[in-house]
Design a protein around this ligand. Structure first.
Ligand SMILES: NC(=O)c1ccc[n+]([C@@H]2O[C@H](COP(=O)([O-])OP(=O)(O)OC[C@H]3O[C@@H](n4cnc5c(N)ncnc54)[C@H](OP(=O)(O)O)[C@@H]3O)[C@@H](O)[C@H]2O)c1
Length: 334
């Protein structure tokens, strides 16, 4: 029988709630500890979801030798600092997306995982959704011919609030690293890194990016047309246009969903994902434990290279669009 892993939550915010509720679905996951900057908040969170221990500081929790794996669920501007803190304490890390603010930070996180011989993976939950896995199989099968264009969006009305992390440049605010990363992920996982890219962008009054449109071009003429925004609601779907048909990851495409496949001259077909319960965060957590069972420090499915390629592409998009995070980007672009 495989080991039961003691999981800890670093940062008791919104996404940590959904993740914790899905962690309960896994028989080899023990909800062990929570850490917050406020002990009361950590205790309330622990009581609500059934964690055994609660800590009033991240550092204090990481000194607990019983912890096997930590879910880093703080804003992106802290991922580099908090993932490194975990790795130096020899705790396996599942770190929320965006993995870091830029590629340089991501490289330092990977170097730290290697130095400490400790597991590190970006929590890109879409990679593990049964529907997304099926879509990748359809692309690889070649049954629709060559993939020529990817069109992907993710937008919601974020209701402008300068205090919210979504609009706070110091916290990595802006749609790109929060939700635009998903369309970029859709392009990278199907077409790879682009040869050329162009962007158009709109900023909010705090200086954070609010809406971005990106076009990627590849060396054989393939393209990706990607958009994210906090100013409107979008269908939030990903379309793959092939020589002989199309495939749609239906709304909300990055969560458990179903797939529409249309072959030229045939009726549309719906492929069901088989997802039954939960938000869909259990798949990435289950994969982390499979990797730990196998003694791995890197996932073969959400690899370090994939996270580095994502950060590099996001850096290129930001340079083209003029989106900078002054606390993190020093000496990077100038
Ligand atoms: N995979 C997904 O579906 C998904 C969905 C939403 C968000 N995310 C990602 O998850 C991360 C967290 O997002 P969220 O929406 O959960 O964020 P959030 O609720 O605004 O904040 C998360 C937590 O970070 C901690 N934190 C530490 N320092 C902070 C600071 N200076 N300001 C604010 N919070 C601070 C706080 O925890 P304590 O007060 O307990 O210390 C806070 O509750 C982001 O990187 C985001 O991109 C992923």
């Amino acid at each position: 029988m495989n080991k039961k892993y003691n999981w800890a939550i670093l940062g008791c915010g919104k996404i940590a709630r959904k993740f914790s509720s899905d962690l309960k679905l896994l028989s080899n996951a023990n909800l062990y500890a929570t850490a917050s900057r406020s002990l009361k908040k950590a205790q309330d969170f622990a009581n609500e979801f059934g964690f055994e221990k609660a800590y009033g500081s991240y550092e204090e929790m990481l000194a607990d030798p019983q912890i096997d794996a930590v879910y880093v669920a703080t804003p992106h501007s802290f991922h580099h600092e908090h993932a490194i803190l975990c790795l130096k304490n020899k705790k396996a890390v599942l770190c929320e997306k965006a993995f870091a603010i830029n590629k340089k930070e991501a490289e330092e996180m990977v170097a730290c995982a290697k130095e400490n011989n400790t597991f590190l993976m970006e929590a890109f939950w879409t990679m593990f959704q049964p529907s997304f896995v099926k879509a990748m199989e359809v692309i690889r099968s070649g049954e629709l011919g060559k993939l020529k264009l990817v069109r992907s969006d993710f937008a919601f009305n974020g209701e402008f609030n300068p205090d919210n992390r979504l609009y706070n440049v110091a916290l990595g605010g802006g749609s790109l690293l929060d939700i635009g990363i998903y369309p970029v992920f859709a392009a990278l996982t199907s077409l790879g890194k682009p040869e050329l890219l162009k962007t158009l962008v709109d900023f909010s009054s705090t200086g954070s990016e609010e809406t971005i449109s990106m076009i990627f071009k590849y060396k054989d003429g393939e393209m990706a047309n990607l958009t994210s925004s906090f100013a409107s609601l979008s269908p939030t779907q990903t379309e793959y246009w092939f020589e002989n048909g199309y495939m749609i990851l239906n709304p909300r495409w990055f969560t458990p969903t179903n797939i529409t496949v249309k072959k030229n001259g045939e009726d549309e077909q719906i492929l069901h994902s088989g997802h039954e319960k939960g938000w869909g965060y259990q798949y990435e957590a289950a994969h982390v434990m499979e990797c730990l069972d196998a003694g791995k420090i890197q996932s073969g499915r959400m690899s370090w290279q994939m996270s580095l390629d994502l950060m590099e592409t996001l850096d290129r998009v930001r340079i083209d669009a003029g989106i900078f995070f002054p606390d993190h980007d020093k000496n990077l672009f100038f």
